[in-house]
Design a binder for this molecule. Structure first.
Ligand code: HPA
Length: 272
């Protein structure tokens, strides 16, 4: 893996004009947030060793590196999901490459269903902690031999999400006239949405939002010593008695939220 990371880093480094400090992963329907970078260089995933093209509508397969709100960033327009058939290691591989390129911070975004009946579609939740359900039952990106050059064998994941970044996100949102929700994100493998019984179970377990991504990338960022900010766009209500979730509403909510989600990320970057 170490060699593959280095190959990917070298391919990207040979093309880009700025050295990124912040890696950004743009979730379902949110890829357009990184459309307007300055000094942008776009590298298709197909050109990067170890990267795979996403198969899901709403996910482009491009890495954009350039300046966003004064910060050098590397932004994934479209991510890989475990449910597409990739391993957890493959899903999280781009985070290893972010780190190798020089990023010390990861901003990870996703589309999520709200487990809180009082939250609304279009709300943004700052992730305070995560439940990595597939990881808890063995689908874990750090499973297998540990390479000590990448991080420790037994990393702590207490306090996974950096408090100062979450505070900054809240302050920026307030200044922009919005209030962030805050809560626990639970990753399920998908691709099926949750049953009514699963939704009731997740609520009891203390999850506030549910999705099919993010957790492996967060774990790998922590393993590599990166600081993490996680933001979930609430695209639907995951309610046991509500209408079933569907992918079209997830993409629609992403498109609707683009202006304020984009302003939030730019505001955070500007003050980082
Ligand atoms: N469940 C799982 N994943 C999701 C959802 C949901 O309700 N909404 C967006 N991604």
């Amino acid at each position: 893996m170490y060699e593959l990371i280095e190959q990917a880093r070298a391919v990207i480094a040979a093309r880009i004009l700025v050295t990124p400090k912040v890696g950004i992963i743009l979730g379902s329907g949110l890829g357009a947030l990184a459309d307007d970078l300055d000094q942008a260089v776009v590298v298709p995933y197909a050109d990067i060793p170890g990267f795979h093209a996403p198969q899901v509508p709403g996910h482009r397969g491009e890495l954009a590196v350039g300046m966003m709100a004064g910060q050098p960033v590397a932004a994934m327009r479209g991510r890989l999901h475990f449910y597409e058939g990739y391993s957890m290691q493959e899903v999280a591989f781009p985070v290893r490459v972010f780190k190798a390129l020089g990023c010390d911070t990861l901003i990870v975004t996703n589309a999520a269903g709200s487990l809180r009946p009082d939250w609304q579609v279009g709300d943004i939740m700052c992730i305070s902690d995560q439940i990595f359900l597939p990881g808890m039952v063995g689908q874990h990106p750090l499973r297998g031999a540990n390479d000590d050059r990448l991080g420790p064998r037994f990393p702590s994941v207490v306090g996974s999400f950096a408090n100062d970044l979450a505070r900054l996100a809240r302050e920026v949102a307030t200044a922009q006239g919005t209030t962030l929700r805050e809560g626990v994100y639970c990753m399920l493998s998908g691709p099926a949405f949750e049953s009514a019984a699963e939704i009731r179970m997740l609520r009891v377990w203390g999850a506030d939002a549910v999705g099919m991504s993010t957790a492996p990338e967060v774990i790998v960022a922590l393993h590599g010593g990166m600081r993490v900010l996680g933001l979930s766009l609430i695209t639907n209500l995951a309610a046991p008695d509500g209408p079933p979730a569907n992918h079209a509403e997830v993409l629609h909510a992403g498109a609707q939220a683009k202006p304020h989600f984009s302003a939030l990320i730019r505001g955070i970057l500007a003050r980082m």
